[in-house]
Design a protein around this ligand. Structure first.
Ligand SMILES: [Ca+2]
Length: 268
């Protein structure tokens, strides 16, 4: 089987490194490269991945990402495991880049599992304008791997022991990196976005706005308006001038998603 060409755009958390180890080592995937928003993140990611015995090129800024997509000989699967800052900047430079992406998998969003806000995980919350730009772009196939999915597969000590028992440098490093997250319930979010590529049955997906209760952005906006109206009606509450749950209103101002937008809501 010809490996699927993959680009990972990430930030510099421990689970990004595990996702990259998986993308680099799985025989069904061909990792073309990794991009980050900043040089500091690139250095940090490379160091984290090196703990698994791999030397992976990590490119800061948007220039490499644009070139990699423009020059791809076949459609690329693009996985984002950080804020969507880089990808939005790439689209601003060249919106036709969507044609180079066969599939976009975004680790982001949430439906029922609380994120930073009821509707935004940290990746979306960190740069909501970028998220809005990306979700409005005409990618042919978009999948959001949401916090609902990653919360359902939090790891425990037994899981990490099984990972260590594989005995490879990458497996041991992944276990050690995941162990640093145990105090947070060992939610190892980012590898799930890569795992979705190699285990198609791993995630249950819902079409955005379709049956099953997935809220479309329009519904989210209406809900936010109702909440603001209720807050404004309460005595002593600042109402409409206050931020909604601490998030800028722009985070709720999502454009309509592509009709192909799918969203993973649970897994395993
Ligand atoms: Ca990340």
């Amino acid at each position: 089987m010809t490996p699927v060409p993959v680009v990972v755009d990430c930030d510099a958390e421990t689970d990004d490194a595990i996702a990259i180890l998986l993308a680099a080592l799985h025989p069904g995937l061909g990792l073309l490269g990794v991009s980050t928003a900043s040089a500091d993140e690139a250095v940090a990611v490379r160091a984290l991945v090196a703990r698994g015995g791999l030397d992976v090129a990590v490119h800061p800024g948007v220039e490499w990402l644009v070139a990699a997509l423009r020059e791809a000989a076949e459609p690329v699967t693009l996985v984002t495991t950080g804020p969507l800052t880089n990808l939005a900047a790439a689209l601003a430079a060249d919106r036709s880049l969507t044609g180079s992406v066969g599939r976009l998998v975004v680790l982001g969003g949430t439906h029922r599992e609380p994120g930073v806000t009821p509707y935004a995980d940290r990746n979306v919350w960190s740069d909501p304008h970028a998220a809005a730009t990306v979700l409005a772009a005409p990618f042919r196939d978009q999948l959001l791997v949401t916090a609902d999915a990653t919360a359902s597969v939090a790891l425990d000590d037994a899981d990490l022991a099984r990972l260590r028992a594989l005995g490879t440098p990458a497996a041991r490093a992944a276990a050690e990196l995941a162990a640093t997250r145990l105090e947070r319930g060992a939610r190892v979010h980012d590898p799930l976005a890569v795992a979705a590529l190699v285990e198609p049955g791993l995630l249950t997906t819902l079409r955005a706005g379709g049956p099953g209760g997935v809220r479309r952005p329009d519904d989210v906006r209406r809900h936010a308006v109702r909440r603001r109206a209720r807050r404004a009606a309460r005595p002593g509450v600042g109402g409409g001038r206050r931020r909604q749950g601490g998030v800028p209103r722009s985070a709720l101002r999502d454009p309509r998603p592509s009709t192909r937008l799918n969203t993973a809501t649970n897994s395993c």
